[in-house]
Design a protein. Structure first.
Length: 128
């Protein structure tokens, strides 16, 4: 896949055995860029293992250059995961967790016309 130049610093952080791909749609790319910049301000030498969408959420798995940076970097990642949970992965507009009956994705209201429905987890869902 061809990525825009702005994602190159993120791609440069991958190390084997990682797959050198960003597995989320372009609506989250601006979030990844901001996440990388903030992480790099804390740990300029962190290594990226995965950047992906899973169950409608952003997952960003790293290894820090020193254990000293771990807690602060994990806090930064959680902050950006929260931002992604409210951002359409496709368009970058406001998004909500939606399901098509098989998959979960964070999408904007335009996708309601394309077979996606708002997904709400209930206490019953958790107990099953």
């Amino acid at each position: 896949m061809d990525y825009p130049e702005e994602l190159q610093p993120i791609l440069d952080r991958f190390r084997p055995p990682s797959v050198f791909t960003i597995d989320c749609d372009k609506g989250w790319w601006h979030i990844l860029i901001a996440l990388d910049k903030e992480l790099a301000s804390v740990d300029p030498d962190y290594v990226l293992y995965q950047a992906k969408e899973k169950l409608g959420g952003l997952r960003y798995y790293i290894s820090n250059s020193s254990p000293h940076f771990s807690a602060q970097c994990q806090e930064i990642i959680r902050k950006f995961e929260k931002v992604a949970s409210m951002t359409c992965e496709v368009t970058g507009k406001h998004g909500d967790l939606m399901s098509d009956g098989f998959r979960l994705r964070t999408l904007n209201e335009d996708f309601l016309d394309q077979g996606w429905k708002l997904f709400h987890l209930t206490k019953t869902d958790l107990s099953e």
